[in-house]
Design a protein around this ligand. Sequence first.
Ligand code: CTP
Length: 412
Amino acid sequence: MERLHGRHIVLGITGSIAAYKAPLLLRELLQQGAKVRVVMSPSARQFVTEATLAAFAPVVAEVFPAGLPGSWHVEWARWAEAMLIAPCSATTLSKLAVGLCDTAPTLVARSLPRTVPLVVAPAMDTELWEQPVLQRSVAQLQEEGVWVLPPALGELASGAVGIGRLPEVESILSAVEGALTTGVLLPQRRRLWSGRRVLVTAGPTREPVDAVRYLSNASSGRMGYALAEAFRDRGAAVVLVAGPTMLPEPPGMKLCRVETAEQMYEAVQGHSAEADVVVAAAAVADYTPAEPVAGKVRRGVDEWFLRLRPTPDILAHLGQQRRPGQALVGFALEVQAEWSSARQKLAAKGVDLLVLNSLHWGRSGFGGEENTVALLFPDGRLRMLPPRSKRVCAEWIVNAVEEIIGVTDGTE
Ligand code: CTP
């Protein structure tokens, strides 16, 4: 299913070199089913032409566009279900923070009804990004409920390597889905998450058989990554411990890459004591070859027996070690008797919330873009959720965690 089917999005493009990526972002929004209108700042036109974008969507590049009434920005802002400014230049970010409306993107952004979320994806050189004056603007926008997607680490237009890159299209889409699901980030909610530490595990593990072969599973890591992004966007400090995945590195969090279940266990042990919330979304191998072969096993023998030994049950250890006030969330992938197995797992692992996937539910589980999950609480409550993209599921799971740690702000 298209992730943004029928959703109205105003895309703002401003004068960062990363604006050359904007047509690809626009195409992806359209391919995901969104209806898009584009607003450009004068500086954006230095990097990408209006004609390129106009081939795909209506474009306004001036505050007083020819042929439109003076109040066009009010109509566009009311039409929007979310506005995304990507890339957002240092200038536009500063203008937004003080309420200046002298370009088409700032004018529409400041005309949005209070309930319509604004997502900005800043992209600029590290020096600019780290200026205290700019960081004050970021903090102010966040305080207002704006979704500020942190820029990524990598090679910048100047040739330097640092923080400031426009995140990958996938990360931007994920933030837009988050904003469409959860809406404007209320200041109370951000304040409640700020200073809280969240540890998330994601992806499969790889257990070596010999130097070139391994045992693994089909987990893509998408669910865990989406959760890590959802916690980050609410203001938590996130550590993501991930097995091998093809996903782009999510900006604005600490990523620890691991391969084996043993390494995942060690990495989790290194971060769990200080975590306020731990979410075990990884599909950890339960068994690993007992004697992995150092070289490559060659063809020749008729049969090859692998002896396996159990791996550490990371979540069960966390359940035993947890400190008062720490919330623990587990996942369960079940193939039969899902409800009773899930209830047993919830108790056995000592978690506060169990997210259940069943192989019998459509669009559920490993690999795909979507998931169907049920949330089980220790007091017997059960919440069955409809099939949605993994980021939408992640927003709902984070809402449930807010209930558990008592940070619900009463708006849901
Ligand atoms: N898990 C873990 N460490 C393991 C195995 C699983 O931390 N070695 C975690 C998973 O991340 C998930 C939960 O335990 O949050 C349940 O995983 P699942 O594979 O459904 O259950 P298992 O405990 O492995 O039990 P079984 O395979 O028998 O269903």
